[in-house]
Ligand binder design. Structure first.
Ligand code: AMP
Length: 281
C-alpha cells in the first residue's frame, strides 16, 4: 500500500495505474467500521482503491471541534492496509490550501435544512474539498456513507451540475450493537452518554414503524418520539424531510415518495447525526 502525501505523488500513482477503475473513499480519519464498510463496497468494484484522510478545516465552524477532532494516523494506515487499499492520500493543509484561496464550490438549496441550517458554510467547505479531491485523484467512482445523507445528496448533485465523470455510490449506515450509528465522534462519549445516545436510533425507528402503521402526521410523530425517547438529549434539528429535495414534508405525510427522518443531537457536548430512510405504504 502506498502512502501519498503530495499531489505529485498522487499523479505518479495514477500514471502507474492508468487502466484500472479507481475508487475513492474520502474520510477524515479515526476510521471505524462505517468507513471500512465503504472500503468493502469499493473493493467489490474490482478496481484500485484510494482512501483520503484529511480533516478539512473549511467545513468546521469557529466554535466546532476542528482542533480536538480525533486523529490516529498510524492506526488508520493499518486499517486501510488490512482492507486491501492500494493507496492512502494524506495531505496536510499546505498541500490542500496553499496560499490565499479565491475559489469555492457553493451549494444551493439542498443545504437550506438539516445540518446546513445550523452550520453555515459547512457544505460549501465539504463540496470545495471534495471537488479538489476529485480533481487531484480523478477517481472513476467515489463511495459516501448514507449516515451523512445530506452530504451524499449534495455531492451527487455537485457531480451532476459540474460534470464530474465520477459515479457516486452510497453505503448503508453501519451501527454499533444497540443501534448507535458509528461515528468518529463517538470517541467523545462517556459510557453514560453512549447509553443515552442509543435513544437516537430508538426515536428514528419509532417514527419509521409508526408511519408504517398508518400514523402519518409528521408533527405528531416527531413530538411523540421526542417525548418517548429524547428527553435527556438536546435537539439541534429533528424532522421528516422529502428524501429527494431535503425540504420538510407537508405535515400530513404524502402516501407515496421517499422520506427521511433525520436529526442532529447533542449528547453532553458531542453532536451526533443520524437518519432513517422510509416510505409510507
Ligand atoms: P467522516 O470521516 O466522518 O468524514 O466520514 C467519511 C465517510 O464515511 C462519509 O462518507 C461518511 O458518511 C461515512 N461514514 C461515517 N460513519 C458511517 C457509518 N456509521 N456508516 C456508514 N458510513 C459512514
Amino acid at each position: 500500500m502506498e502512502v501519498l502525501r503530495t499531489i505529485k505523488e498522487v499523479r505518479d500513482f495514477k500514471r502507474a495505474n492508468r487502466d484500472a477503475p479507481l475508487v475513492l473513499v474520502p474520510t477524515m480519519g479515526a476510521l471505524h467500521e462505517g468507513h471500512t464498510s465503504l472500503m468493502k463496497i469499493g473493493k467489490a468494484l474490482k478496481g484500485k482503491m484510494i482512501v483520503s484522510i484529511y480533516v478539512n478545516p473549511l467545513q468546521f465552524g469557529p466554535d466546532e471541534d476542528l482542533d480536538n477532532y480525533p486523529r490516529q494516523q498510524k492506526e488508520d494506515i493499518e486499517i486501510c492496509r488490512s482492507e486491501g487499499v492500494a493507496a492512502i492520500f494524506l495531505p496536510d493543509d499546505e498541500v490542500m490550501y496553499p496560499g490565499e484561496r479565491f475559489t469555492a464550490v457553493r451549494v444551493g438549496s439542498l443545504q437550506d435544512h438539516l445540518c446546513g441550517a445550523g452550520r453555515p458554510g459547512h457544505f460549501d467547505g465539504v463540496t470545495t474539498v471534495v471537488a479538489k479531491l476529485f480533481n487531484i485523484i480523478e477517481p472513476t467512482h467515489a463511495v459516501f456513507g448514507l449516515k451523512d445523507f445530506q452530504q451524499y445528496m449534495i455531492i451527487k448533485k455537485m457531480v451532476k451540475d459540474l460534470d464530474f465523470p465520477i459515479e457516486i455510490i452510497g453505503g448503508d449506515i453501519i451501527r454499533e450493537a444497540g443501534g448507535l450509528a458509528m461515528s468518529s465522534r463517538n470517541k467523545y462519549l462517556s459510557p453514560e452518554e453512549r447509553e443515552r445516545a442509543l435513544n437516537i436510533n430508538r426515536a428514528l425507528t419509532y417514527i419509521m414503524e409508526r408511519a408504517a402503521d398508518g400514523k402519518s402526521n409528521a408533527d405528531t410523530l416527531i413530538s411523540d418520539a421526542i417525548a418517548k425517547y429524547l428527553s435527556g438529549i438536546k435537539i439541534d434539528y429533528f424532522d421528516i424531510y422529502d428524501s429527494k429535495n431535503l425540504k420538510p414534508v407537508p405535515r400530513d405525510l404524502p402516501p407515496k415518495g421517499g422520506l427521511v427522518a433525520a436529526g442532529a443531537f447533542f449528547v453532553g457536548s458531542t453532536r451526533l447525526i443520524d437518519n432513517t430512510l422510509f416510505t409510507i405504504r
